[in-house]
Design a protein around this ligand. Structure first.
Ligand code: SF4
Length: 323
């Protein structure tokens, strides 16, 4: 763990021993539970619920937990990292019913929606969320703004996440199969639609056009994260900066590209408020701000080069601080 830089949580198992370890920065979650006398580990607390285990605690950043016939032993490696859990776990990756490092994912997403309602208000008749991760933020936006929440989009649960599909054509056809607007919820209405993030912008453009085709009078899009502008060196498959819509267009232009009447992003300063008090300086927001909490190794950079990604500091059209 002193040698390996970056994000990982791992489990080593043999018939007589389990060894769980979380990287020194704690980028990825890892928690421990119990079923009777048996010890279990999972990335997210929702998985403990699924197998009927009681949550015991999160594995600390830089901690190794060894479980064998002698019991549970904790080794604090003190590898020198600074706690920096990936903020995108709360925005998108984690299940809404998980609690990571004491912070409920559901509550964090709702808080993001409330911040959006304050920073990017709009006159509208209904708030809807793009399933799944946009829904909690939409509920928060609705609570803060007083605009009623409706389930405006139905999701086919048998389709996976579209942004990781390899080709544009595959991503587009998955969106059509995956999402279907509820006409009665949006027809004739001014709609505020919340999604968790925007990557290339093409998926959002299709969703806006679907909501308009369902009869919406206006479509205002809001994102419960700041725009992606930088690569992730800690395992998240964010496309190269050439493909990131926020790197190539101004915010206003992105709104137009998506066919929306208005657009708004969670301000970068809102990330800390989203996580709750006491989180200042304890999370990673590198892909949104370009400020990385842990060393970017040559190996990280080579990996990006191999996958054709740019990793220089060439300026984006829009800087997060301008939003
Ligand atoms: S750069 Fe972004 S996606 Fe990567 S670990 Fe940091 S917050 Fe998460």
């Amino acid at each position: 763990m002193f040698s390996i830089k970056g994000a990982y949580s791992l489990l080593v198992m043999s018939p007589r021993k389990i060894i769980a370890a979380r990287d020194p920065n704690g980028f990825r979650p890892l928690c421990m539970g119990k079923i009777g006398d048996s010890v279990v580990f999972a990335s997210e607390s929702a998985a403990l619920d699924a197998v009927g285990a009681d949550f015991v605690r999160d594995v600390e950043p830089g901690e190794i937990v060894v479980v064998d016939q002698n019991g549970i032993k904790s080794i604090k490696t003190h590898c020198g990292g600074k706690r920096s859990v990936c903020v995108f776990e709360y925005i998108y990756f984690a299940r809404t019913d998980s609690v990571i490092d004491g912070i409920s994912v559901y509550e964090a997403r709702k808080r993001a929606g409330k911040i959006l309602a304050r920073t990017h208000p709009v006159e509208a008749d209904v708030v809807i969320g793009v399933p799944e991760s946009g829904i909690d933020a939409a509920i928060g936006y609705s609570e803060e703004s007083g605009i009623p929440y409706e389930k405006g989009i139905n999701k086919n649960n048998y389709i996976g996440r579209t942004f990781i599909k390899p080709t544009q054509q595959q991503r587009q056809s998955s969106v059509k199969i995956k999402l279907n607007p509820l006409v009665s919820a949006v027809k004739g209405k001014r709609v505020v639609m919340i999604d968790d993030s925007i990557v290339r912008g093409t998926t959002m453009a299709r969703i806006v056009s679907m909501i308009r085709a369902a009869g919406a009078a206006e479509v205002h899009i809001r994102f419960s994260s700041p725009p992606f502008m930088w690569p992730c060196y800690y395992g998240t498959d964010i496309p190269s900066r050439e493909e990131l819509v926020a790197c190539n267009y101004t915010i206003e232009e992105i709104g137009k590209l998506c066919g929306a009447d208005s657009i708004g992003f969670l301000p970068a300063e809102g990330l800390c408020e989203m996580l709750g008090s006491g989180c200042e300086g304890k999370y990673c927001h590198g892909c949104f701000t370009g400020e990385y909490p842990a060393e970017i190794t040559k190996r990280n950079l080579k990996g990006k080069e191999r996958s054709g990604q740019r990793f220089d500091n060439a300026p984006c059209v829009q800087k997060p601080e301008d939003l």
